[in-house]
Design a protein around this ligand. Structure first.
Ligand code: TIH
Ligand code: FE2
Length: 303
């Protein structure tokens, strides 16, 4: 898996990076990293041929999508809807004590129910009305340059396939449950939506090294950020909010390894990202969204 990602990155970096002028200059299908059709050995669907076929079918639909057209509709199976319902049920039990207030507020807007997996098109329309963001479907983990650049144009790439049913409480790659329950609610919050765009704007002209740093900043805020609230540490990162297992780990270290919390300083070297070894060992703790935004702005200005 490491080898595949490294060679794919090397190929991509050889090409001259042209600064995109609009979302039309960014491809959603040319640079998908890792977890290809064959998946990786530690992926829970690695031995499941049916699962891989289904995941590729849904991924290929995404590749056909053109900006401005409605997102292709996926008819989810009863089994996929059951996985969604189970995740939703478990998370709604944990969110009141583990999720930040702003997430709990925006979550209310969507009326998610266990027996219907929402379609990305209707969610994209809600975001467009609230904050001017749109969703674009994608076949898998997109190269960070394309992924971050698209955020400059208020576009969030979302996978459409459902995680493997054997491990619903944690998946090593994004899936539609992660996108919907992790990212979508907070993208309807104007202050948060602007903060995400900030990272995207900073990425447009970033050097290779700055791009890696911005990817880490994205990772430790939008994916795994935590915030201080009156009654303790709460999650705002989507990787936390969509994973029952990781949310529990964040507060109780129930798997036997208590995580570390650190203040976020965008000017300091950030730890390597780990897509592979399960839960994060370290989370960055922020005061509030405006604090994150001003820190990111200061860093972006220095580029
Ligand atoms: N681990 C998350 C989940 O189980 O929902 C998904 C991911 C977040 C970030 C990378 S993969
Ligand atoms: Fe994500």
């Amino acid at each position: 898996y490491r080898f595949i990602v490294t060679t794919q990155l090397a190929d991509f970096n050889k090409q001259v990076h042209k600064i995109p002028q609009s979302i039309h200059d960014i491809s959603n299908g040319d640079h998908i990293l890792g977890f290809g059709v064959e998946l990786a050995e530690h992926h829970p669907g690695f031995h499941d041929e049916e699962y891989k076929k289904r995941r590729s079918y849904i991924g290929n639909l995404a590749k056909l999508h053109k900006i401005g057209e409605p997102i292709p509709h996926v008819e989810y199976s009863d089994e996929e809807i059951k996985i969604w319902g189970e995740i939703l049920g478990k998370l709604t039990y944990l969110h009141p004590t583990h999720a930040c207030k702003r997430y709990l507020d925006t979550f209310q807007l969507f009326n998610f129910v266990p027996d219907r997996l929402p379609c990305l098109q209707e969610l994209s329309e809600v975001l467009m009305m609230r904050t001017g963001w749109q969703i674009r479907p994608v076949a898998g983990l997109l190269h960070p340059t394309d992924f971050l650049n698209a955020m400059a144009f208020r576009t969030f790439h979302c996978t459409q396939y459902v995680r493997h049913g054997s491990q619903p409480m944690y998946t090593p790659e994004p899936d539609i449950c992660h996108e919907i329950l992790g990212h979508i609610p907070l993208l309807a919050d104007p202050e948060f939506a602007n903060l995400v765009q900030l990272i995207g704007l900073a990425s447009l002209r970033a050097s290779k090294q700055e791009m890696l740093h911005l990817t880490k900043l994205y990772w430790y805020t939008v994916e795994f950020g935590t915030v201080k609230e009156r009654d303790g540490v709460k999650a705002f990162g989507a990787g936390l909010l969509s994973s029952f297992g990781e949310l529990q780990h964040m507060l109780s270290g129930e798997d036997g390894s208590m995580p570390i919390f650190e203040d976020l300083d965008p000017f300091k070297k950030l730890p390597k990202m780990d897509h592979k070894c399960g839960f994060q060992k370290r989370y960055f703790l922020c005061e509030n969204f405006s604090d994150v935004a001003s820190k990111l702005t200061a860093y972006a200005k220095s580029l």
